[in-house]
Design a protein around this ligand. Sequence first.
Ligand code: DC
Length: 211
Amino acid sequence: MIIAIDGPEASGKGTVAKLIAQKYGFLHLDSGLLYRLTGVNLIGQIFQDNAAFVKAAIAAAHQITTDNLDNPPAQARSMQGGIMASKVAVIPEVRNLITVLQQKFAAQQGSAVVDGRDIGTVVFPNADLKFWVIASLESRASRRFADYQAKGKADTLAQVTAAIEARDHRDSTRAASPMKKAQDAHLIDTTKLSIDGVVEAMSAYIDAKLA
Ligand code: DC
């Protein structure tokens, strides 16, 4: 069984994907982490032009595996890691490599909860259950801002908001598998829900479908 959970940055999809996986005894695959690990390889490098960036990104994506995803480097979870992930994620060859990795992971495991931007549309179009998780820009920005503050980061709320808007724009307007709701995905707006509330809403939908 595959449960696909897609949505924009800081919508809460990653947190609830993990909890839903625990609750139903499935493995969780955070597909964004695969793009982040690809992107962090390129941080600090200088590229002569876009072609050189694309070449390096494809080479980095070839090195990514779904093994040992439990303790990623801190940079992978940083704002810069997210921006780099979004930049490498526009490259079709990178997407193809990461898509195949996810499909192999699911084939090996049998069941999984996978979260990302294109899981229900491209990676697992035949997923048993699909969710599209959203929240207002204000609530997403204040959640991300709180995360960064807890980690001692100096970014302001305005900077975090602008970074989320820029990432939403890049992720939803790229030509290769842009972020969008699968037609058959169940919409959950987490703006006014607690994490427990989101897990409850998802579980009710899952249980009804399984019954
Ligand atoms: O979910 P996240 O914030 O960790 O994702 C980081 C970036 O990776 C996101 O901005 C776009 C890209 N991504 C993607 O293109 N497709 C996915 N399935 C997951 C992430």
